[in-house]
Write a protein that binds this ligand. Sequence first.
Ligand code: CP
Ligand code: NVA
Length: 302
Amino acid sequence: MRHLLKLQGMREPEAREILRLARLAKKARGRKRSVQGPLTGQIWALIFTKASTRTRVSFEVAIRELGGVPSFLSAAEIQLGRGELVRDTARVMGRMVHGAVIRTFAQSDVEEFAEFAKIPTINALTDDEHPCQILSDIFTIEEKRGPIQGKRIAFIGDAACNVPRSWAEAARIFDFQLVCGAPGKFRPPAVGSHVSWMEDPMEAARGADVLYTDVWVSMGKESETAEREKIFAPYQIDRRMVRSAKGDVLVLHCLPAYRGKEISAEILEERSQDIFDQAENRLHTQKGILEWIVAKPLRGRK
Ligand code: CP
Ligand code: NVA
């Protein structure tokens, strides 16, 4: 059985297969399909402990368009929110639905769910990773700029949170350079041949093919807002920073965006075509992920 719990440990052929399916799904959208979708007859639970617009809507639409039925469950409204254990919730879900998409805090909760539910399980964001987002972003980059291999992706902001952590795993899988411009307190947890860190955001942005940012205050960190806004003030993607990157730099943001914080209002509006194409691609990539998860692996393939 396949899951998508994290990018850590994923191999390139699996990731490439998801992107291939995503491309096909994007092409096929809106055309009448004579064949039944791969999720026909299936019900998928979406269990969300944190807020979401893009991930929730893209999965709900993707599941429906692939023939299945989504069932959105806010964690606060099921017994999980009153302290029922993840493993007990999982054992119930596993007997009733065909797959689960989970957004929560602890990575271990998603992994425990998959273990006990014994149904295909997808990480829709934890404190450690946001794998669906980064697969989709690679889809967007390759769609707009060609193969990502060898490119310089500059992540500016909180390099210790889920989005850049998944970026760091992706850099290993797809063989590109992730350069993080982040304050010392928020540097990436590990650097190596594919991941580097510098405190000066302008230096990180220099020569970048892609400038990428995420919120300064991730969900769950709201009590640190004042401190973070002070520390991150020099890490805004603005006109000056865009100028120090490559001439045809692609500016991306996973969204939601806070204008005047991690990105200037001017740059967000100027680059909105790319940034909202990026958001749209979440839908096509979720289809790639779902199709990959329910596909029967070819004989001899792990
Ligand atoms: N980028 C992203 O995951 O957005 P949502 O929080 O709206 O799902
Ligand atoms: N790092 C952000 C991503 C939002 C999509 C958060 O966890 O809130």
